[in-house]
Structure formats: structure tokens, C-alpha cells
Design a protein around this ligand. Structure first.
Ligand code: SMO
Length: 788
């Protein structure tokens, strides 16, 4: 590809144009949408983790004045609605396709996790709907549960789905087992490590919500819903459920208050509400409360892994073997088969040359909320595993934790790992040096001594992460089992006045696209930033796209750049007529078309006006109007990478871990808006520190109740509990898109957990501590080691 496009404002910390409305409380979210005749929905949810549904009596609920209807799973079955789909086919190593437990939008025969929707009540007000939901009498026969891993895999475990013995969705492998075994046989050192990646709750500020309206006159279904991929979900709702034909189905995702992956799946509640709206001929709205969010937003992570690293006598990596059990919950959610396979095991090479890798992944059903993508989706689990085992290896061999990484870095790009991916670009050693300098790595011993004087244990932890973003090309994904195209589209409409609308298939849920897409277009056209509006999230306005996840805005932005370039090419033709010169003698710079041979010029605005006043050029040669569309399918993923250095101070008397400093050097390729990117990294790091220190979605082993289902029990990070982050960008441009961008959205959540745990292990001089490293756990360790 050519040199990446850079501009005057693109690459600068332009203030976010969306923040005016957010700061004034004027954001427009789904719950703000109130339609004429609005009705409200509430769900009846299973209080049991595993129960047979014997009878549902709706008479008391229906007798309440203002209650419109109670919808049951059976109604949906009779209407011919299929079960929920799981999007990505994985085959077990014996060739069998994955086993998908039947999941209905409303449970029919049995409920399999606490909070599973069983019935839907529609009423005139939200409170009435909730009261009526409590009046629905469901007779359950409580069954025993398979609530945890690894118990759910044990012989004789309770079977969750009748047709899935052993609770195993798939038993998949990747890499070369024989090569790994050979390497282990000749290794100087082998380092085993077993670890858990704790289950998390996504906790978007805006809970899931939908407002569904069936217009019986136009026979059109309009769904306002908070989602990361409005165009994609429309396709599902039309093609899979046939709720309406695609051209008669409109999905609008207005402002979205955080997604982190949890607003990418197709959920039962949204299907049920859309279905119900067609029955009652009134718009139906449902907004989850926080308890529903805890119980039913797809959870993240939840792996148990046994790993082993083989090294030669110089600390060079020879081979890695991994055996992971991934908890998928009671049902396979939309991308639940993809996350622990092609988004996890394929990242196990990390930033290192590891000649042989083998990973086995078993996806395990349990009586818990389904697990799906959550900020990083598989890549944090991979980075945590490899970055922990590398530190244990360093400790075992007496090599400094930065040095062992330096010895093993990939130095040649592109680099084909033994597990699918071909990394496009990077300079890991340069990034390491930048991080170590920022962290004052060499000054650590002095700081440790100073902490010790105050009775505190100080530790330092390094982590290196790499992830696969951008997601493409479509053909490669199809070869791996994915059905969907992973391109994105943009349409650029230039008005006669020279103002511009950019319609993008990417979708912002807090990332600031309204600003960054406008920066790009302003620079490309040489027109004021204020003259551009960015339109996203409405399928009646956006032709096509595949949404935002996987830090992939580079794909939508590249489409926007290409559409701009089509406009400029056409503008040159128009300008050649007006300026009276050959088209190849017209340049375009800074918003001005100019003749290479004379002083004559035409501004972008004048050209836009002329494009709509067709007298300015022969319409036999050039069509009037100024609209361009581009579909961009990247030739490869992008591979953002970074090095994080965390310092903690531990109070052995209380077990409290204080993250005292956090330095990060990230290679995101070209950075469109450093302020916005820093904000995203801060958020990701805070989520990563949250996972390392406090967050844990815990189910009671006997009852299958989520015991951390509120902010009283689930430890969220707070602004006061994280340090001021020290960031530096250490960029190498990606060659796979015309902007040189790689993506930044997930980095912090991937790199932070191992950096924190490495620092804690360093401080306490222990081999491993499981996340979350709560004060109780740390205090006990301190007591055991006698440092109290
Ligand atoms: S977990 Mo992200 O929306 O790929």
C-alpha cells in the first residue's frame, strides 16, 4: 500500500464533538425514545439455575387492569420462530461439529441459568408490567445443577442439555502436538503453570434496551435497540427469525452507552420483545435494570488452563502446550464458539518466536449465564496465560522479566505464527525500551527499598500483549468457519453547498467516531470540521456495514477514505471542464482544485455546487451528483501490541494492593486522535486492573445463584483506586489499510491483568496468585510467608 494518509487535524487531539450533548445530559439513548401509544415489557425470569418448567399460569397477571398480554415460549414455537443461533461453527478434533444446546428466546421445557427469561408481560406502564410479571405463576421442578468447571466435565455430572452428553460443546485443538512433544523432550527447562481467568460482568453504563414498533400499515418493524452492530442484527432478525423482510426492518442504535462486546450478540430478550410488538400492535419497550444486566448480559472470560512452556538453556522458548476449559454457560451465545478458539488459542504465540504450539480447548456447558465477547474477547485470556508463564519461567531461570522477553521477541515481519495468524508489523523491542524508560525500570530497586522503609512490599510487573484487530479479510474468516463478511462500508454525500454527510457501517458506542471520522474527511477534502456530519446506527440511512468490535474502526475509516477519494476523482473531472484543462492536469490540495499549468483554481465548495448544476459539464461524460460508496475488506488483520509496566505497593497488614504506577507503550499504528485513544486505553486498563484486583462473577456452587449480582458484591474499579496512567505511543504503521491504523479499544484490558499479577508475584516473591488478588487472598499469603 501507499504511504498512509495523514492530515492537518487527523492525528491531533481534536475535542470530541459529541461531548457537548453528553455533558449536558442530552445524549439520546434507547430508553429516551418514547413512541405514541407506548407499552412496556417485563420479563418473568427463572429463579433456579436448573429447573423443569411444569406449568405457567398467567391468569392472575392477565386479570390486572392495564396488562395487554403475556407471551410464552410456546407462543413463539407455534409461530415458527427458530431457536437462537450460534454464529461460528467449530469442529471438535474428532471431526464432529460443535453441539449447540437449544436456546429459545423464552424457555419452554426447562430453565438452565438463574435469570433465564421464561415469559414476557406487556402492560401500559413499566411498573405495572413488573408487578404483573410477579403475578405469573410458574411451577418449577428444581433440578440439580452442573454449576462450575471442572465439575461439569466430571463423569456423572448433571447433564444440562438432554442431547449433549458430558456437557461438552466441543473439544477442539490447534497447532502441532507432535512438534510440541519433541521440543519438550529436548528442553533444558520446562515450566508448568495452572491458572484461572476469572469470570467478569461487562457492566456497560447503559443497560440493554429495546423499543419495538410494528407498523401494520407499512408492514414495517422498527427496533430502537442498543447494539454494537445494528446492520448485522437486522440481518439476523430478518433472515434467521423472519420477523420482517430485511427491507421492512429498521434497526436504530442511537447513542450507545458502552458495549465492550456485551452488546454484540443476539439476545433472547430483544427477539422476544420484537416478536411481542407484532402481537399487541403497540410499541413495546424494555430496559434492563441493573440486576437483569448482572444476571443476563453475556459474561466474559472464565477459563481454567493448564500450560507448560519449554525453554533451552539460554531462556529461549521452544514450545508451549495449553489445555483450556472454557465455560460457555448454559447456552452457546452468538460468538461464544469463536472467542475461546480463534480469538484466544490463535494468540498464544504472544510477541514471541515459539517454534511449536499446541492448544486444546474444551467448551463446557454449566448452569450459568452464557459467556461471550468482553473487551478483548479471548485475547486477554491468551495474554494473561502467556505473560504469566513467561514470568514464572524468568523466575525459575533467574532471568530478568524484561530480558527474557527481549530474548524471545519476534523481530521479522510479516511473521507467521504456528497458530494461524500472520502478524503484519511491529517493533517489539523499541516498544519495550520505550516502556522501560517511561517506567524508570532501572530505578525500581531504590523505590522498593523506600517502600520497605515504610513497611510496604513493592513489586514490578512487565507484560507484553499483541492482539488481532480489524478482522479480515472475509475470505480468510470464511476458511476458519465464519459466515459473515468482515468488510465495512462508507457512503460520502456531498451537498451542493459543499457540506458533507459520512454514513458509516461502523458504529460508535463511546469511541468518538463522530469526531474522528469527521477529522479524516475534513482533512481529505480540506474543508472545515464543522461542515461534516457523521451518520451511524440507523439501517434506514446506512446501506451496509458490519459494526464495531475487535478495535476495528480502521476498517470503516478506510472505507470512508476511499469514498472520499472517489469524490475527489470525480471532482477533478468536473474541475477540468470548468478550468478548461485536461483532467490529468488538475491537482487537488487543501480543498482547492488547481490547474498544473495556470493559476486557475476551483474550491471544493464550488466544485460541489457545479456537480449539482449540471450545466457546468457534459452529463454525457459525467453523471450529475456527488455521492460515493466504498466497501473495504482488509487483506489481513491488524496486530496492535504493547508493553505495560505496573508497580504495586502491598500493605502486608491489610493485604491491600495499591497500584502505584502504570506505564504503557502501545503500538496502535497511526493514531487518529491521541486524546480519544488515551481515553480508551485508560478505560481498558481500568477494566484490566479491575479484573486483576476486584472483579469476579461468582456463582454459589450448590444453588447456582450469582452471589455477586450487584455493586454491593461485585468489585468495580473506581477512579480513586487506579493511578494516573503514563502512556506513550510507539507506532509502526500497519501495511494492511490506507490509514496505517491498528486499533486501540481493547489493548488496556488485555495488557493490564498480567502486568498487575506479575507485579504482585514480584512483590510477594510467590509463583502465582489467582485473580482477583483481593486483600483477603493477599493477606493470607503474607501471613503464610511470615511477612506480617
Ligand atoms: S469484546 Mo469487542 O466488542 O470485540
Amino acid at each position: 500500500m501507499n504511504q498512509p494518509f495523514h492530515g492537518k487535524t487527523f492525528g491531533k487531539s481534536v475535542k470530541r464533538s459529541e461531548d457537548g450533548r453528553f455533558l449536558r445530559g442530552k445524549g439520546r439513548y434507547v430508553d429516551d425514545v418514547i413512541l405514541p401509544g407506548q407499552a412496556y415489557a417485563a420479563f418473568v425470569r427463572s429463579p433456579f439455575a436448573h429447573a423443569r418448567i411444569e406449568n405457567i399460569d398467567v391468569s392472575a397477571a392477565l386479570a390486572m387492569p392495564g396488562v395487554q398480554r403475556v407471551v410464552l415460549g410456546q407462543d413463539m414455537v407455534e409461530a415458527g420462530l427458530p431457536p437462537l443461533p450460534c454464529g461460528w461453527m467449530i469442529h471438535s478434533s474428532n471431526g464432529e461439529p460443535m453441539k449447540v444446546g437449544v436456546r429459545r428466546a423464552l424457555a419452554v421445557d426447562a430453565a438452565r441459568y438463574v435469570g433465564e427469561p421464561v415469559a414476557l408481560v406487556i402492560a401500559d406502564t413499566r411498573d405495572l408490567a413488573r408487578d404483573a410479571a410477579e403475578a405469573v405463576q410458574v411451577d418449577y421442578a428444581d433440578l440439580s445443577i452442573a454449576g462450575q468447571m471442572p465439575d461439569a466435565l466430571a463423569p456423572g455430572a448433571v447433564q444440562i442439555h438432554d442431547d449433549i452428553p458430558g456437557n461438552l460443546a466441543f473439544d477442539w485443538e490447534i497447532g502441532n502436538r507432535a512438534a510440541v512433544d519433541t521440543a519438550f523432550a529436548s528442553a533444558a527447562v520446562t515450566v508448568p503453570l495452572s491458572l484461572e481467568n476469572n469470570r467478569l460482568v461487562p457492566n456497560a453504563i447503559e443497560p440493554r434496551a429495546i423499543n419495538a414498533h410494528w407498523d401494520a400499515v407499512d408492514e414495517k418493524l422498527t427496533l430502537y435497540m442498543t447494539h454494537q452492530n445494528p446492520i448485522g442484527i437486522r440481518m439476523f432478525l430478518a433472515a434467521h427469525y423472519q420477523l420482517a423482510a430485511e427491507h421492512k426492518l429498521r434497526v436504530v442504535s442511537p447513542d450507545v452507552g458502552g458495549g465492550f462486546g456485551s452488546k454484540a450478540p443476539n439476545y433472547p430478550e430483544e427477539v422476544a420483545v420484537a416478536f411481542a410488538a407484532k402481537l399487541v400492535d403497540r410499541p413495546v419497550k424494555w430496559t434492563a435494570d441493573r440486576t437483569e444486566a448482572f444476571l443476563t448480559d453475556a459474561h466474559g472470560r472464565d477459563h481454567l488452563s493448564d500450560a507448560e512452556l519449554a525453554l533451552d538453556a539460554h531462556g529461549r522458548f521452544l514450545a508451549l502446550r495449553v489445555d483450556t476449559r472454557a465455560n460457555v454457560g448454559a447456552y452457546l451465545s452468538a460468538s461464544a464458539s469463536l472467542v475461546p478458539t480463534y480469538m484466544y488459542a490463535t494468540m498464544l504465540s504472544g510477541q514471541y518466536v515459539i517454534p511449536a504450539i499446541h492448544a486444546r480447548v474444551r467448551a463446557v456447558y454449566t448452569n450459568t449465564c452464557p459467556v461471550d465477547a468482553y473487551r478483548g474477547a479471548g485475547r486477554p485470556e491468551a495474554a494473561y496465560l502467556i505473560e504469566r508463564i513467561v514470568n514464572v519461567a524468568a523466575e525459575t531461570m533467574g532471568i530478568d522479566q524484561a530480558e527474557i522477553r527481549r530474548r524471545n521477541f519476534i523481530r521479522q515481519f510479516p511473521y507467521q505464527t504456528p497458530v494461524v495468524y500472520e502478524y503484519d508489523s511491529g517493533d517489539y523491542e523499541k516498544t519495550l525500551d520505550a516502556a522501560l524508560e517511561l517506567a524508570d525500570y532501572s530505578g525500581f530497586e531504590a523505590r522498593k527499598a523506600e517502600s520497605a522503609d515504610r513497611g510496604k512490599l513493592r513489586g514490578i510487573g512487565v507484560s507484553a500483549y499483541v492482539e488481532a484487530c480489524g478482522i479480515g479479510p472475509s475470505a480468510k474468516l470464511a476458511a476458519l468457519g465464519g459466515g459473515a463478511g468482515m468488510w465495512d462500508s462508507a457512503e460520502v454525500r456531498v451537498h451542493p453547498a459543499g457540506t458533507v454527510e459520512v454514513l458509516s457501517g461502523a458504529h460508535s458506542h463511546g469511541q468518538g467516531h463522530q469526531t474522528t471520522f469527521a477529522q479524516l474527511v475534513a482533512d481529505r477534502f480540506g474543508i472545515p470540521f464543522e461542515n461534516i456530519s457523521v451518520v451511524q446506527g440507523d439501517t434506514d440511512r446506512i446501506q451496509a456495514g458490519t459494526g464495531t468490535y475487535g478495535s476495528r474502526a480502521s476498517v470503516g475509516m478506510s472505507a470512508a477514505l476511499r469514498a472520499c477519494d472517489q469524490i475527489i476523482a470525480k471532482g477533478k473531472l468536473i474541475a477540468s471542464h470548468i478550468l478548461g484543462v485536461d483532467a490529468d492536469r488538475v491537482d487537488f490540495e487543501d480543498g482547492i482544485f488547481l490547474s498544473k499549468d495556470s493559476n486557475s483554481t476551483l474550491s471544493f465548495g464550488e466544485m460541489a455546487y457545479a456537480a449539482h448544476m449540471a450545466a457546468a459539464f457534459p452529463t454525457t461524460e459525467i453523471e450529475p451528483g456527488l455521492v460515493a460508496t466504498s466497501f473495504f475488506d482488509p487483506p489481513n488483520f491488524t496486530y496492535p501490541a504493547g508493553i505495560y509496566v505496573c508497580e504495586v505497593e502491598i500493605d502486608p497488614g491489610t493485604g491491600v494492593v495499591d497500584v502505584v504506577s502504570f506505564a504503557a507503550a502501545d503500538d496502535f499504528g497511526f493514531v487518529a486522535n491521541p486524546m480519544i485513544v488515551e481515553g480508551q486505553v485508560h478505560g481498558g486498563m481500568t477494566q484490566g486492573i479491575g479484573q486483576a484486583l476486584w472483579e469476579h462473577a461468582r456463582y454459589d456452587a450448590e444453588s447456582g445463584q450469582l452471589v455477586t449480582a450487584s455493586y454491593m458484591d461485585y468489585g468495580m474499579p473506581r477512579a480513586g483506586s487506579v493511578p494516573n496512567y503514563n502512556l506513550v505511543f510507539s507506532s509502526t504503521p500497519s501495511p494492511v489499510n490506507p490509514l496505517g491504523m491498528k486499533g486501540c479499544g481493547e489493548a488496556g484490558a488485555i495488557g493490564a491483568p498480567p502486568a498487575v499479577i506479575n507485579a504482585i508475584c514480584n512483590a510477594l516473591d510467590v509463583r502465582h496468585v489467582e485473580m482477583p488478588a483481593t486483600p483477603e487472598k493477599i493477606w493470607k499469603l503474607c501471613a503464610e510467608k511470615g511477612v506480617l
